[in-house]
Design a binder for this molecule. Structure first.
Ligand SMILES: [Mn+2]
Length: 237
């Protein structure tokens, strides 16, 4: 099966519970594949565990595709900028605005941290695509684009620089798009519908070609959503 998971935001516990819940298989004849929509890191409150999220994703190996989120970009940029400073300059450097960096530093060496930044910047595409059973899919953090039209990094990472409302209305023609970034709780006034009774939950636009997956994981009242492409089934933890 092919699964899609939205913004995790440092909640390794929920992420691992979700993989158990769907019985994710990373190898064998019936191996699954997972698409992560970015924003693995930052937030998560007292239970924030960025190392746990990182190690779980590394453990999934080739069975997982991660598209880059704005928080990955910010974290990688900070690691690169800070990690290369001499010790004295580090003291004067402003702290990373989220706890992720301090938590990562507790358990990872400088070299491990730089590897994390390289992993983000070199291996995470801004958009991924898949054709499955004749259906074409696109995965991006904030907004998708036709694969033939390369947009700016900000378009995929943040969304709003272009016409976000138009994307939510029309999607990307010929594809089913899966995105995160914006908590679905804010979509009540857009043309579309919540896919499940309990909130927060996955939201689908009225055209039926955009699924928004960020259900606020990492916030106190949020949860993590997972969508199975073959069955349309949604899972929440
Ligand atoms: Mn985001």
């Amino acid at each position: 099966m092919h699964y899609v998971i939205g913004d995790i935001h440092n909640d390794a516990e929920r992420f691992n519970r979700m993989l158990d819940r769907i019985g994710f298989k990373k190898s064998g004849a019936d191996a699954d594949h997972l698409y992560l929509l970015g924003d693995l890191f930052d937030r998560g409150g007292a239970a924030a565990d960025p190392v746990g999220v990182y190690f779980t994703v590394l453990g999934l190996g080739d069975s997982c595709t991660v598209v880059e989120g704005n928080h990955e970009r910010w974290l990688a940029a900070y690691i690169r900028a800070y990690g290369l400073l001499p010790a004295r300059a580090k003291k004067r450097h402003p702290p990373y605005p989220y706890e992720s960096y301090a938590l990562l530093r507790e358990r990872l060496t400088d070299v491990d941290l730089l590897e994390l930044a390289e992993w983000i910047l070199r291996s995470m595409p801004l958009q991924a695509q898949l054709t499955l059973g004749g259906q074409r899919y696109l995965f991006a953090h904030a907004m998708t684009s036709p694969p033939t039209t390369e947009e700016t990094d900000t378009y995929y990472l943040m969304g709003r620089e272009d016409n976000y409302d138009s994307f939510l209305l029309k999607g990307t023609a010929g594809f089913l798009s899966f995105c995160g970034h914006q908590h679905t709780g804010g979509f009540a006034s857009y043309p579309g519908a919540y896919c499940d009774a309990e909130r927060p939950c996955v939201w689908r636009n009225a055209a039926g070609n955009v699924y928004m997956m960020d259900c606020g994981c990492g916030f106190a009242d949020g949860r993590l959503a997972c969508f199975c492409l073959e069955t349309g089934e949604r899972f929440y933890v």
